[in-house]
Design a binder for this molecule. Sequence first.
Ligand SMILES: Nc1nc2c(c(=O)[nH]1)N[C@H]1C(S)=C(S)[C@@H](COP(=O)(O)O)O[C@H]1N2
Ligand SMILES: [Mo]
Length: 406
Amino acid sequence: MKRRKFLRNAGFSGIASFTGLNIVFGANIPEGYEILGLQEPDPFKMFDLDSEMIVLNNKPFNIEAQAHLLDDKITPNSKMFIRNNGLIPKSIHADQWKLEIMGESVKEIKSYTLDELKTKFKSYTYQLTLECGGNGRSEFDPPAKGNQWTVGAVHCAQWTGVRLKDVLEDVGINEDAVYVGYHARDVHLSGDSSKEPISRGVPIRKAYQNETLLAYEMNGAPIPLVHGFPLRLVAGGWPASASGKWIHQLSVRNKEHDGSKMGGMSYRVPKFPVSPGEKVDEGDMKIIESMPVKSLITYPKTGATFKKSKILHIRGHAWAGELEVSKMEYSIDFGATWVSCDLERPLNRLAWQHFKADILFPQKGYYEVWAKATDADGNAQPMLVPGWNPKGYLNNACHRIAVKVV
Ligand SMILES: Nc1nc2c(c(=O)[nH]1)N[C@H]1C(S)=C(S)[C@@H](COP(=O)(O)O)O[C@H]1N2
Ligand SMILES: [Mo]
């Protein structure tokens, strides 16, 4: 155990961290050979993660939370899921960083240093819900390829930055502008610098919302590298893939942006319901925009045991893309009857909402607590996994936890 830890630690600061240990037969190491002690970087140390985070993939890093880890009202850095399509950029010099605004629909190309963005424009802070479009993918049957997210690919951190619309106004954009695409500094998995791992974005109407930020701070400090340092587009309520990390260019397009992972099956769902496993033509797919209504019970942890005489205080969060959540209910009888929870208003638009309820169980035994949110348009979470789709997006089925009452 100790030795393993030592070797894992060694992966971060390179050979030097072998604390002066001599690699006895070091002279025999062929050039370019990576010694075992330097392989397998430890994501828990690299990203300062809570020890209960779950690593789904380490090349690229994809890491999710568990429901009970998301109990904080504002998600702390150590409990935020991580989703990368490529490799995290290595050397970033924030003092030399520039954001260039270009594309067919700008009056002229303009670029800003980080300092210019910070001093020229007013800054705003919002708590914004970002959920991966593939959160819940693991429950689809037949299974969809990709990271098998369970429930933990969602976070609601506090983001500080300038409004994208203020910057676009300063640049001057043409009337024919349709979409804003981002270009970022992460590296394609192939290492090929002519390929982008991902280049998505938002339509102009989303770009012009007050809460759509060019953010340089997260939870009151510079954005951690893995979440997009030094500059990130943050478009709350939309699949988090729209929120580009490490952005250095925005392209104001006169048509739907056609960057990497905008087309084909990526971040798209069928325009009409399909049967499980059905092959769907690319032309029948549409881009995911606002995310569907969803909720999580963050206390207690599933499987917990309680005394029958005690009231159980459950709590969690609910969110509904661009809409507000208007009703939150729980059931302890497998969905036969539902009881209202106390539901708070969001701190600001596009922030998740907190709920709580007091439950007194009728007798000892095994229970499941199910949670169901309803949005302002009257759409409720389904009890079963909804609409199968080829890439396993948008599973907003009710979250449920097991409770033992003794
Ligand atoms: N440049 C860049 N931005 C990106 C990604 C990426 O791979 N590269 N992944 C996107 C996806 S699919 C998600 S779900 C979110 C994850 O954000 P997080 O890692 O900060 O939680 O970032 C989005 N922005
Ligand atoms: Mo994602």
